[in-house]
Design a protein around this ligand. Structure first.
Ligand SMILES: CC[C@H](C(=O)O)C(=O)SCCNC(=O)CCNC(=O)[C@H](O)C(C)(C)COP(=O)(O)OP(=O)(O)OC[C@H]1O[C@@H](n2cnc3c(N)ncnc32)[C@H](O)[C@@H]1OP(=O)(O)O
Ligand SMILES: [Co+2]
Length: 134
């Protein structure tokens, strides 16, 4: 069902400051910021040899990561994204197991222009899971 690790996401209060840490302290190549108003976040991606790191900052009043940052003021690991071949078939299989698919259950287009879905952290060892169809 799940395939490659596409990215690990870290929620941050200040995307510029976090970008500077990864670029200047860790020597990473950081992409330009991408505002995703339909997802309530602004993101950058750090390409690593074997996967990507996504840094995300709240965008707008109804950001889904606002409460996470209230609980984790320094920021923190927010979600993990696995690649899947067929997101609708995977969703339907997961729903049959009782897993909760977040939102209206329909895939939305994510930062990579691909369909994504999110699964409730309470069903996956306290970890918010994102699925991206590749
Ligand atoms: C798609 C664009 C981009 C990309 O990669 O392409 C992105 O990844 S955008 C990422 C931002 N979008 C999302 O995160 C959408 C899915 N997230 C949600 O719907 C919410 O964040 C949700 C429902 C997971 C949590 O919402 P909220 O924090 O407002 O609700 P609660 O405080 O009631 O949380 C319920 C319960 O879950 C725990 N929780 C919340 N967030 C996380 C998390 N990231 N990891 C682990 N656990 C989490 C929270 O502590 C609550 O637990 P409790 O024991 O009841 O306190
Ligand atoms: Co993501």
């Amino acid at each position: 069902m799940i395939g490659r690790l596409n990215h690990v996401a870290i929620a941050v209060r200040d995307l510029g400051a976090a970008t500077a840490v990864y670029r200047d302290t860790l020597g990473a190549h950081v992409s330009q910021p991408q505002a995703l108003p339909e997802h309530g976040v602004t993101v950058v991606f750090i390409e690593l040899p074997n996967t990507k790191i996504e840094l995300l900052e709240p965008l707008g009043e109804a950001s889904p990561i606002a409460r996470f940052l209230e609980k984790n003021p320094d920021g923190g690991m927010h979600h993990i994204c696995y690649e899947v071949d067929d997101i609708l078939a995977t969703r339907d299989q997961l729903k049959q197991t009782g897993a909760r698919v977040l939102g209206d259950g329909e895939p939305k287009i994510g930062a990579h222009g691909k369909p994504v879905l999110f699964l409730h952290p309470k069903d996956f060892s306290g970890t918010l899971v994102e699925l991206e169809q590749v």
